[in-house]
Design a protein around this ligand. Sequence first.
Ligand SMILES: *Cc1c(COP(=O)(O)O)cnc(C)c1O
Length: 359
Amino acid sequence: MAYQRIFNFSAGPSMLPLPVLETARDEMLNYRGSGMSVMEMSHRSKVYDAIIVETEALLREVMGIPANYKVLFLQGGASLQFAMVPMNLMKTGKADYIVTGQFSGKAYDEAKKYGEINLAATTKSENFVRIPLQNELKLNPEADYVHICYNNTIFGTKWHYLPDTAAVPLVADMSSSILSEPVDVEKFALIYAGAQKNIAPAGLTLVIVRDDLLTKELPAYVPTMCNYFVMAENGSMYNTPPCYPIYICKLVLEWIKGMGGLSAMKVHNEKKAALLYDYLETSKLFKSPVELKSRSMMNVTFRAEDDDVNAKFVKEATAEGFVNLKGHRSVGGMRASIYNAMPIEGVEKLVAFMKAFEG
Ligand SMILES: *Cc1c(COP(=O)(O)O)cnc(C)c1O
């Protein structure tokens, strides 16, 4: 490849589609005749307004977001949403959390600062190798909402069904799976995602929230910046938004649309995940620690029994241009994050390398 780019399997920040980077480069110094970079524009200018308006329109189109949902472009990462969700959605002070990994655990711990939190289910005792079944969930029908992490970035698991929460609003952290396949937005009361996995560079957090859940009057301790209603009322411009990541988000959405939208993305991502999982099924050296029905399409975890072999594999893979394959320290082994921007070729070459390593 002309740019000598490597195959970057980082869990985040992660690869962006090459055509997006090329367009950003071409528009870097003089954005469409404005005489300046998008980084240098007033967020209140006409030229920037067109960017944020178009980004929201594209997101609504690509994800099929109904008109009664607000789209917010925020900052603070998914981690700030761990606090903003309870601050904004708790009416009675009760919420249900399902803990399926590290990030949902952090969300649960944070929520406990704001109310009485019910741990509705967790697979912690099994080191999070699976998603709990519906009949394992101890949901409180009086809860203000149920919180899940849709795709568990560190452990490589994913919800393959949606919990039936009856009338209780469902909130999902989709940081590592948003835009990877179609989702029925209407099944969720609120979806949030840090951008740096599948949307844009770090610095932007997307929130998609049903408008009937928003209230202006929140407890006095809630910072204005953390009030969804205020952010929605101001078109995400109560203060200066993360202008440049929003612009990259627009380019990414244009790329997804050009690729055929989220159903085409799903086909592309399923192919890549199948290449890895099919090989792991037959490998005598590497195994997936994850239960079959709970496997993530975005983060594929695997390991050899011997930690020295894992370390050797990561080292040799890095030397061959397959980088960031070391698994999270809480899981060990390896993790290949294969978000939208990872080409099929990257996974094919990785699998060929794994086979050769196994010998
Ligand atoms: C990366 C990640 C987070 C943390 O995101 P920040 O933007 O760094 O706060 C939270 N949840 C999930 C599922 C993630 O993958």
